[in-house]
Design a protein around this ligand. Structure first.
Ligand SMILES: [Zn+2]
Length: 257
């Protein structure tokens, strides 16, 4: 599942391919035929491309913004013209071409055209917490939202809630708790502000590096390592479903006591 760093990296690559470039064509899958995007976006340039958490926005001239959220199966590809795509063309929802590049969105449940103002006030976006990949992460806003949350909730589960902060997914949640030495099951009431911030600050640079490298630089210490010895202390890494969505969390019971 793409996490914030993957979307951040995709936004960087799409920005480089589209902003300031003449758009040669826009094609959509037949499921979007009635939306008439090629007609509505024809002749407009791309002003900017940005991401917030796992949401990505391509902002066109004339107050129109394409909003996408990839969930489990979506993907953004940026290809030089003439290069083979990494996925089946039948799954392409959207293709934006310039003289040099093809920007392709494959699958994903949310792909919609909206006005700029709706893209800021839409409830799915407006309720997001501070973005871990923002140029300056807002510690105070994060802590405020964390303390307004249910304090019996485990810190691991709370870090996944995009209303507390956005961009962290299941992998980075597990790594954040490990690097901060915090048990993901510890309730918020027993987790200090300093510990919560330590978890976020531990993975933020790793996520930024991953996003700047294209989303593939990963050196997981506990995620997906259940049953194997902890690289730091040798204790066997544990795994168990956590939270309402029962997402598997991984932790070292010694390093994260
Ligand atoms: Zn350990």
């Amino acid at each position: 599942m793409p996490e914030g760093d993957t979307i951040y990296g995709a936004a960087r690559r799409i920005r480089a391919a589209l902003v300031g470039k003449e758009i040669a064509s826009i094609e959509t899958h037949r499921r979007f035929a009635r939306d008439r995007w090629p007609e509505r976006l024809g002749g407009r340039g791309v002003r900017s491309v940005d991401s917030k958490g796992k949401h990505l926005f391509i902002r066109f001239e004339g107050d129109l913004t394409l909003h996408s959220h990839l969930r489990m199966n979506g993907w953004w590809g940026v290809y030089e013209r003439g290069r083979r795509w990494g996925k089946s063309p039948g799954r392409a929802w959207l293709v934006i071409r310039t003289a040099d590049h093809e920007v392709v969105q494959f699958g994903g449940p949310v792909l919609e055209l909206m006005t700029d103002s709706r893209s800021r006030f839409d409830h799915r976006i407006a309720r997001l917490g501070p973005d871990i990949l923002d140029d300056e992460f807002d510690d105070a806003a994060f802590l405020r939202r964390l303390r307004e949350d249910d304090q019996s909730r485990g810190i691991g589960d709370a870090l996944l809630d995009q209303r507390n902060l956005c961009g962290i997914g299941n992998l980075w949640k597990a790594e954040a708790c490990f690097l901060a030495g915090v048990d993901p099951w510890r309730p918020l009431s027993a987790t200090s502000d300093a510990e919560a911030l330590a978890a976020v600050h531990a993975v933020r640079p790793l996520m930024l590096r991953s996003g700047q490298g294209g989303g593939h630089v990963r050196d997981n210490r506990v995620f997906d390592r259940a049953g194997r010895p902890c690289a730091r202390c040798g204790t066997i890494i544990r795994a168990r479903g956590q939270g309402d969505d029962n997402r598997t969390t991984y932790w070292c019971p010694t390093c994260q006591a």
